[in-house]
Write a protein that binds this ligand. Structure first.
Ligand code: GLA
Length: 389
């Protein structure tokens, strides 16, 4: 059984400071921290003007930073081999590549938004599993944004938080070229401990919602099938949704009815749109079920969501399907794949007393199927981004 621990904030912040010292010889002035996320329900709905219900993970990324007076930017990560060196004035699209596009992109977007950021040395370390569909990239972006807030001495009020989300989204979509929808950055900045965040992308609002978990636990299982948002599958799904909206004459699929969707003539476009419309309709009932500890209702909603992603949106994998069916067969109340898909993780809600059995059953099923052994995370709904120490 591989349990992936979140690590302590103090220790991870210290590791980031030590990394900055060892790599660049700089003493950190600040450490920004931002969590990964797991989405409970509402998948691929964010870029369709819909609803999502993510939770901030206790697993987080830490960015230690020291300002420089010469305009040079140096970026390094404990998880990635290639450090980056550039000039703060030149950090636009096309400049940094790979993981450093996420970090450098945020510095660029914050400067574009009018923040007078100096050059800096920055080092990130993280307990968010990479490529697991748990938003390790948004965690980097938002941790870097928080480090910038600390360096500039800004007051982290609501307008600034909204500006940070916008800058992190620009970094991801315009610099790192991942055509994502904004859920990950929103929950990484606005998440609150003990709650999920209901985000409505149609009206642009978000609110914390209570989870009556008591004797229940949120389990995430990373299938270790690597998922990447720049591979093309994600963008292709997004394009299908845009085709559907255009054919229906609506701005986004949030405004489409199931009846109209069922009349679409292209089979693939119809099934993609059906997933979005039915998935949006599942989010509020899931909020109700989670608030009322109605586990059978949540189980049905998660099952329908998973089937829709497997059959209509076609973003599941055999490993995700096996993890979901095994979790439910061995005692979970509810399980579904989570995140962008094409690999990554499942999320399950289960009696705390059943965690051991469910984890062992998934491990056993994976080994019997000849799959890589999965990693498991126990999720305490956690707080959004902050400065550490
Ligand atoms: C990724 C994207 C999000 C969202 C999910 C799917 O995590 O970054 O914007 O679209 O996939 O729900």
């Amino acid at each position: 059984m591989v349990l992936l621990a979140p690590g302590s904030a103090a220790e991870l912040a210290e590791r980031a400071r030590a990394g900055l010292r060892d790599t660049f010889g700089s003493e950190a002035a600040v450490v920004g921290r931002a969590p990964g996320r797991v989405n409970l329900i509402g998948e691929h709905t964010d870029y369709n003007g819909g609803l999502v219900l993510p939770v901030a993970l206790p697993h987080a990324t830490y960015a230690a930073a020291a300002p420089r007076s010469d305009g040079v930017v140096r970026l390094a990560s404990a998880q990635e081999p290639d450090p980056f060196t550039g000039i703060v004035d030149h950090l636009g699209p096309g400049e940094a590549r790979g993981w450093s596009a996420y970090a450098g992109g945020v510095l660029w977007a914050l400067r574009e938004a009018g923040h007078d950021l100096p050059g800096l040395d920055l080092y990130v370390d993280s307990s968010v599993p990479l490529g697991a569909g748990l938003s390790s990239s948004a965690a980097i972006e938002c941790a870097v944004a928080m480090a910038a807030v600390g360096i500039l001495g800004l007051d982290l009020d609501d307008p600034l938080r909204a500006g940070l989300v916008a800058a992190c989204i620009r970094a991801e979509t315009e610099v790192a070229d991942a055509p994502t929808g904004g859920m990950d950055q929103t929950v990484a900045i606005h998440g609150q401990a003990g709650t999920a965040l209901l985000i409505d992308f149609g009206v642009g609002t978000h609110e914390p919602v209570a989870l009556a978990l008591r004797d229940r636990t949120i389990l995430v299982t990373d299938t270790r099938v690597k998922h990447a948002l720049t591979d093309g599958g994600y963008g292709a799904r997004r394009a299908d949704c845009e085709k559907a909206a255009a054919a229906l004459g609506v701005r986004t699929l949030r405004d489409a009815t199931l009846e109209a969707v069922e009349a679409l003539t292209d089979d693939v476009v119809r099934r993609r749109a059906r997933h979005i419309v039915t998935e949006i309709a599942r989010v509020r009932p899931a909020v109700d079920a989670l608030g009322a500890a109605d586990w059978p209702a949540l189980g049905e909603l998660f099952a329908a969501s998973h089937a829709s992603m497997r059959d209509d949106f076609e973003i599941s994998t055999p490993e995700l399907d096996l993890a979901v069916s095994t979790a439910v067969a061995s005692g979970a109340d509810a399980a579904r794949m989570t995140g962008g898909g094409f690999g990554g993780s499942i999320v399950a809600v289960l009696p705390t007393a059943a965690v051991d059995d469910v984890v062992r059953a998934i491990d056993h099923a994976f080994s019997a199927a000849g799959y890589r052994s999965p990693g498991h995370l126990l999720v305490e709904p956690s707080a959004g981004a902050s400065l550490v120490g």
